[in-house]
Design a protein around this ligand. Structure first.
Ligand code: CTP
Ligand code: CA
Length: 228
């Protein structure tokens, strides 16, 4: 199909995208966070909207302008992100987890600033595991035929790590980035391989995050059940 024929190929679909990075508060002045800018998730949301989808963008701490025609749900922590994703995905045709989710959160939140004592060597922070939102959605799809997509930033044996993660999560597609110097965090560009549960492997050359977003929706659209 020519590009023009695909232009509105997500019309009538509801898609849910998570973007940004979660922040887990320790006390009124500190949090555990990560370096995700949200740019890739926002590019996914803009692309889906341009292709005709109704888009819910669950946005964790991204300092980016709200895309026009997109329903933005702001969240802070992983637990809040999970709530928002579960709610929005009940009637979704596709869920794309582009957000960086903290694997752990502080066990307790201190309502006053945490102070160290003289000579204290032991760090005062205990962590507990956060829920795995992607694995939860993929393992128990709120809607039959729903397409579930994850993202992974890897080092070392990037493809093998990605393949193992795709299987562990049980999602349909996993976008695998190699983390490196000029790549991924905060940049306008990205390079990736999209792995499919069906064994497919789609390389996406170094380029704008918009191009990667469009490839993701191409692969999602192929996997959606036909519009009834
Ligand atoms: N993810 C999630 N919930 C979590 C952690 C991750 O939904 N608690 C999602 C991310 O949004 C991403 C995918 O899972 O789409 C992969 O994230 P990643 O951190 O690479 O996966 P982990 O299983 O946490 O693996 P690792 O130990 O390598 O961090
Ligand atoms: Ca992780």
């Amino acid at each position: 199909l020519a590009r023009g024929d695909l232009a509105r190929d997500l019309t009538g679909r509801h898609v849910v995208v998570s973007a940004g990075g979660t922040r887990e508060p320790l006390d009124p002045v500190r949090f555990l966070g990560n370096r995700s800018s949200g740019k890739q998730g926002y590019a996914l949301a803009r692309s889906a909207a341009a292709r005709g989808a109704r888009v819910t963008l669950v946005s964790a701490n991204a300092a980016l302008p709200e895309p026009a025609g997109v329903d933005v749900v702001p969240v802070g922590t992983a637990v809040q992100l999970r709530e928002a994703i579960l709610k929005a995905s009940a009637d979704a045709d596709a869920v794309v987890m582009a957000a960086a989710v903290a694997d752990f959160r502080p066990q307790t939140y201190a309502t006053g600033k945490i102070k160290k004592k003289d000579g204290q060597e032991q760090p005062p922070i205990a962590l507990v595991r956060n829920p795995d939102i992607l694995a939860e959605i993929a393992g128990d799809r709120p809607r039959p035929g729903q397409v579930v997509v994850g993202f992974a930033a890897e080092t070392d044996d990037v493809l093998a790590n990605g393949r193992a993660k795709l299987e562990r999560k049980g999602c349909d597609l996993l976008v695998v980035n190699e983390v490196g110097e000029r790549k991924t965090f905060g940049s306008e560009e990205n390079e990736a391989v999209v792995l499919g549960a069906d064994g497919s492997e789609t390389p996406v050359p170094y380029g704008p995050k918009e191009a990667l977003a469009d490839t993701v929706w191409d692969l999602v659209a192929e996997r959606l059940p036909k519009n009834s």
